[in-house]
Design a protein around this ligand. Structure first.
Ligand code: IMP
Length: 178
């Protein structure tokens, strides 16, 4: 089956406005004396994370690190057992960590990843996702900051891909059958 781009679900302006609000909320919750490490999950979340951290106040102590993980699965469903391809550069022990993910779907990947990170003894561990496909959840994940709750339909753009394609779109769009 071939797929093509469908309608816009979230425009670039809507995304930018919400990302700014989320950054303001994170800044308010954490205070300037609290150093924060944003951990982006590659590749999708890199787009969201770079916009998010640039909205943080200048006087805040903000660090950025990335991790690349893949979940073992049958290709369409994630199993939740994650393999680390690229680990963090710095230790998170004693740090206030915010994991940044593009989308939470079944929740299996994120919940396994949080288990791994918790074992490294951060001072705190929070989760920030741009999109939440809440209808698909198979395991409970505590999402501290969520951009948008969306229906159970495949979306691309602003970092999200379909088979490696369409990450570069400025808006988030549906994918439809051709
Ligand atoms: P899960 O929460 O373990 O099921 O997996 C979440 C991952 O599935 C995300 O990091 C995305 O890579 C991928 N994913 C889920 N839904 C979509 C979508 O609509 N578009 C693009 N990727 C998606």
């Amino acid at each position: 089956m071939a797929y093509k781009l469908g309608d816009v679900i979230l425009s670039r302006e809507t995304i930018a406005r919400r990302v700014k609000e989320m950054a303001e909320q994170i800044a308010k919750d954490n205070g300037t004396e609290n150093n924060l490490t944003f951990v982006g999950i590659l590749t999708g979340a890199a787009f969201f994370l770079t916009d998010l951290v640039r909205e943080m106040p200048e006087n805040m102590d903000v660090k950025v690190d990335f991790m690349s993980v893949a979940s073992y699965g049958d290709g369409t469903e994630s199993s939740g057992v994650v393999r680390i391809f690229h680990d963090l550069k710095s230790s998170i022990e004693g740090k206030n960590v915010i994991v940044v993910e593009d989308i939470v779907d079944s929740g299996l990947t994120l919940s396994h990843l949080l288990g791994l990170l918790q074992n490294r003894n951060p001072a705190s561990l929070k989760v920030c996702v741009l999109l939440d496909k809440y209808e698909r959840r198979k395991t409970e994940v505590k999402v501290d900051y969520c951009g948008f709750r969306i229906p159970d339909k495949f979306v691309v753009g602003y970092g999200l891909d379909y088979a490696g394609k369409w990450r570069h779109l400025k808006d988030i769009k549906y994918v439809v059958e051709e």
